[in-house]
Design a binder for this molecule. Structure first.
Ligand code: BES
Ligand code: MN
Ligand code: MN
Length: 464
């Protein structure tokens, strides 16, 4: 694609900034919360919204794909008419979002996008509707500036179940290699290390998300009449949880660390050179009196390269205002482990399950369930796509790209690598304080626009 046309595509994007944001707002107003059954219709509406926009900009074979696992649909589209032997890029994103609760913490309602101080506030603004929209708008700009053609072949695959484990897309990828044949997966669902610092994410933690259910008495009991003789499932659960992790943050499951692969010396050295202020991070991002975790590892190592275990909630018993004297018949805990390269999710789950079963207190029965899992990944930086992306972002940000890992998980990336053999480029434009999964999620609009320009330039370079 000639330089003049690339600049015309960037100009098109600049000239349409407000419209791009307005469209994103319309998408965000659809509350596509994948985990809540009452939003199933909204999730589908969001998929249809994206499909109709893909058709409008010139993508072909656009359709919703229903998966064999019966969950939310995938959105697919492609355009495969590039000249010469231009590569094919698979653009991945997700249109589902996390629940918005606690609602009272939001300054403006989560599904009424609001612009304040150069940010767009809403659930899904950055994770991942806004970032996925950058791909769509970069494609639109290239079509518009280049007589309805693209400089490379594109497949778009957008899922609606990322936040709940991505079962449907995993099934589709495993069973439709031929329909997804590509040379690269491009993902914008990660963060920049700092404002103005273009960033490629080269590794993600994996995870297993589990639930422990503890049952004691056959039914809830009066705690005065039976307390002292009847087992208490919450106390039993607390005793189990207390044995999972020690006070230094070390997970106590036998074998848990056996296969952990340490990052290379080069990688550790590069992380030390990143502009990271631990005290600032503690105060502004975490906001706790002290940071915790494994001694001997930096915060970046603890969150990117060390596995960990967290408790997300303990449903059951009496949680209303005031007091109720009851011994609950059952108690549950939602517990996940973040995993790092080397660890195999299914093996870790078995180790965890056997360990929990070996420490069950007297008087209760325990069930350990796996809800979903994701593989840990690291990607190579030694390919022409990484080079093209670094150059594209240099043109937009005027500075060199840093390579980081992310502590979060994107379940399908492991399948892209293993099943499809795709190199993966994670070019994300979120910021550390964008409040992903939290109240007042936002997307810095300057990054939305710089992201679109970076992706336009990346597509042009990758197609050359
Ligand atoms: N976009 C995030 C993952 C992420 C966030 C990666 C920040 C790197 C940096 C994604 O939407 C997400 O939240 N994934 C879930 C996956 C899980 C539910 C299987 C996660 O990490 O909790
Ligand atoms: Mn995401
Ligand atoms: Mn997320």
């Amino acid at each position: 694609m000639e330089q003049q046309k690339i600049e015309a595509a960037v100009e098109f994007a600049r000239g349409n900034r407000q419209r791009f944001v307005d469209e994103l707002k319309a998408l965000i107003r659809i509350p596509s919360v994948s985990t809540l059954p009452e939003h199933t219709g909204d999730v589908r509406r969001a998929a249809e919204f994206i499909a109709s926009e893909l058709r409008r900009i010139g993508m072909e074979n656009v359709r919703l794909i229903e998966t064999a696992t019966g969950g939310h649909p995938l959105v697919y589209g492609d355009w495969l008419h590039a000249e010469g032997n231009a590569p094919t890029v698979l653009c991945y994103g997700h249109y589902d979002v996390q629940p918005a609760e606690p609602l009272e913490e939001w300054i403006t309602p989560p599904f009424e996008p609001a612009e304040r101080d150069g940010n767009l506030y809403a659930r899904g603004a950055v994770d991942d509707k806004g970032q996925m929209w950058m791909h769509v708008k970069a494609l639109e700009s290239l079509f518009a500036a280049n007589e309805g053609r693209l400089p490379l072949n594109i497949r778009v695959l957008i899922e609606g179940e990322e936040e709940v484990g991505g079962e449907g897309i995993a099934w589709f990828v495993q069973n439709h290699h031929d329909q997804l044949r590509s040379d690269l997966a491009l993902i914008s669902d990660t963060e920049m290390f700092a404002p103005d610092l273009p960033t490629l994410c080269v590794g993600l933690r994996g995870m297993i998300y589990t639930e422990i259910e503890v049952r004691g008495a056959r039914i809830d009991l009066h705690s005065g009449m039976y307390g002292g003789a009847a087992p208490n499932p919450f106390v039993a659960l607390a005793q189990i949880i207390a044995k999972l992790k020690d006070e230094n943050g070390r997970v106590q499951i036998p074998g848990f660390y056996d296969k952990v692969a340490a990052p290379s010396e080069d990688e550790l050295k590069a992380w030390k050179a990143l502009p990271f202020d631990e005290e600032h991070y503690r105060q502004t991002e975490v906001g706790s009196p002290e940071l915790t975790g494994e001694p001997g590892y930096s915060v970046l190592e603890r969150t990117w390269a060390r596995p960990t275990l967290d408790v997300h909630g303990m449903p059951g018993g009496f949680i209303g205002a005031g007091a109720k004297t009851v011994i609950p018949a059952k108690a549950t805990a939602k517990i996940s482990m973040r995993l790092v390269p080397g660890q195999v999710p299914s093996e870790i789950f078995e180790q965890y399950k056997s360990f929990v079963e070996s420490i069950v207190p007297r008087g209760v029965e325990v069930t350990v369930r796996l809800i979903h899992s994701a593989e840990p990944i690291v990607v190579s930086t030694d390919n022409r796509f990484v080079k093209a992306s670094v150059e594209a972002m240099h043109q937009v940000f005027g500075t060199d790209t840093v390579f980081v890992r992310g502590g979060g998980s994107i379940p399908i990336v492991g399948d892209f690598i293993r099943e499809l053999g795709l190199p993966t480029l994670m070019m994300g434009f979120g910021l550390p304080d964008d409040n992903l999964h939290a109240p007042n999620e936002k997307f810095h609009l300057a990054n939305f626009h710089r992201g679109i320009e970076s992706i336009i330039r990346f597509f042009a370079a990758a197609g050359a």
